[in-house]
Design a protein around this ligand. Structure first.
Ligand code: UN1
Length: 499
């Protein structure tokens, strides 16, 4: 995904989102509606926040983890009480349907619930010493102030994936939410402070990429976690490497669903539709490619075409209610350009392929689009971040060879976030699960909708990430460093490897 949709060297002024030093946050489903305004932090403001974060860290890290968990538990009561209000705000600032917005706020609650429990675990290890009367153990300790750079598509939940483990482990943070949807991130931090978190433990900073970069580079920052594009992720990783900072990257995706001919086609229809068009196709997990056996592809395509068309009103070129808008005009035009270029390159347009509303009447909406493509075309390997599904047919005589071929195509991309397969054949299903080169894999389910808050360790392989995981236990790795403690109670000098 494009980081905060602001590319390097592009300013907020270029995008018409800034006025008198403020970010203007508009509803992409109704662009005349200003949802909020946020003063952009100056360098002096950022320095102050960083200093505060460092000072708060020195105290926060001293609290026992179960005590820190109590603060998170108080915050979680507030999140639950304010769920509807926060969902409505998220729905307005991001445009995603209210049902999806409610799900996203619920995700915060789930993630917090999990990490509250970690306050009473956070296990280390104990080892058997080579010597008598000696014990060796390893404990996890916090690292320091963290900076979170997050995107507009999950502006409430993704900050929680980072904040909950960071806090429970004893770190402090500054969140730099996307300038395209900053309010949900701000409210997330407000709730933490309302729950009584000591001053400076959880803060927010506003601005575009330059603000994120300043925070990431600063010597007081010890951890940087970013959800964004590969280009910006690489840049942040370089900054982090230079400063020996811990770094967590969750970057782009080009996710495939493979459908074998024995699959339950009703399930395929519902699953692919949700995977491709949920959040307007603007999830890093969105289903972007459908790799399907030729013998069933016409039926599946015609079912998907019918359902895609039902998502909007063709005559009036308007979207139906439960369909997310595109975040801004620039992204809307980019999606359309990609579709047009794909058609020029030989892709066959099944449905969609047009801007429903460029903001003139209502919001930024793109028609749910299906293209029949060949693997290797630009559209089949590049992330679109919009409601565009590329269908690739596999023509083999048996399922086994079809799966082999489909797997080569599914894995022949730079990304490795989420893939899925629909089949009733348990052996082939499990072989696919094993062979997909991605951090998330689904059997008989779409590529989106990871359960966050324990069970899933969210994260990607290849250019999607750097091995870090979020929203589950492995996230503790990003926010802790190990300390090995050797306690010798023999009363004499015992020399390792010598005595
Ligand atoms: C993202 O798009 O950055 O698995 C996160 C999912 C959601 C998270 C998406 N729970 O689709």
């Amino acid at each position: 995904m494009t980081i905060n949709t602001i590319e390097k060297n592009q300013t907020l002024e270029d995008m018409g989102l800034i006025k008198d030093g403020k970010i203007i946050n508009i509803n992409p489903a109704k662009i005349t509606e200003i949802v909020s305004e946020h003063v952009i932090d100056s360098q002096a403001d950022l320095d102050k926040k960083l200093k505060k974060s460092q000072e708060a860290f020195l105290k926060w890290k001293k609290l026992p983890a179960p005590t820190r968990a109590q603060y998170l538990a108080k915050a979680n009561i507030i999140f639950a009480e304010r769920k509807e209000e926060l969902s409505l705000i998220l729905h307005r600032e991001n445009g995603k349907p209210l049902e999806e917005a409610r799900g996203e706020i619920q995700e915060i609650i789930d993630v917090f619930e999990f990490f509250i429990g970690e306050g009473r675990r956070m296990y280390g290890t104990t080892g058997q010493s080579e010597m008598p009367n000696k014990t060796i153990m390893t404990i996890k300790q916090p690292i320091g102030p963290a900076v979170f750079i997050t995107a507009w598509n999950f502006p409430a939940a993704v900050p929680s994936w980072k904040a909950a483990p960071a806090l429970i482990c004893g770190n402090t943070f500054i969140l730099k939410p996307s300038e395209l949807a900053p309010l949900s991130g701000k409210l997330f931090v407000d709730v933490l402070n309302e729950a009584g978190l000591p001053e400076g433990v959880a803060q927010c900073a506003f601005g575009a990429g330059d603000v994120g970069e300043y925070l990431a580079k600063h010597e007081l920052t010890k951890i940087v976690s970013i959800t964004g594009s590969v280009a910006v992720g690489r840049h942040v990783a370089e900054i982090a490497a230079n400063g020996f900072k811990k770094c967590a990257l969750e970057l782009g995706g080009k996710n495939s669903t493979i459908v074998l001919k024995d699959a339950d086609l009703d399930l395929v229809e519902d699953g692919v539709l949700w995977g491709a068009y949920g959040t307007g196709g603007q999830r890093c997990t969105s289903t972007s490619r459908l790799i399907i056996e030729k013998s069933i592809s016409s039926e599946v395509i015609s079912r998907l075409e019918k359902r895609s068309k039902a998502l909007y009103d063709e005559t009036n070129n308007k979207c139906a209610i439960n369909y997310a808008p595109i975040i801004n005009k620039k992204q809307l035009e980019k999606i359309h350009r990609m579709v047009e270029e794909a058609i020029k390159e030989g892709a066959e347009l099944v449905c969609g392929g047009k801007i429903l509303d460029d903001g003139t009447h209502n919001g930024y909406f793109y028609a749910p689009t299906i293209l029949k493509v060949k693997h290797g075309m630009k559209i089949s390997t590049t992330e679109v971040f919009g409601p565009v599904l590329s269908v690739i047919e596999i023509d083999e005589k048996d399922k086994e060879t079809a799966l082999e071929k489909a797997m080569i195509i599914a894995n022949d991309i730079e990304y490795g976030l989420s893939n899925s397969i629909f089949t009733k054949d348990v052996n082939l299903g499990m072989q696919a699960v094993h062979d997909f080169e991605s951090g998330l894999v689904y059997l008989n389910a779409p590529t989106i909708g990871a359960e966050c808050g324990g069970a899933s360790q969210f994260g990607g392989w290849k250019n999607t990430g750097n091995g870090s995981r979020e929203s589950g236990i492995a996230a503790l790795e990003t926010y802790t460093q190990y300390k090995t403690i050797a306690i010798d109670y023999s009363g004499k000098l015992q020399r390792a490897q010598i005595d």
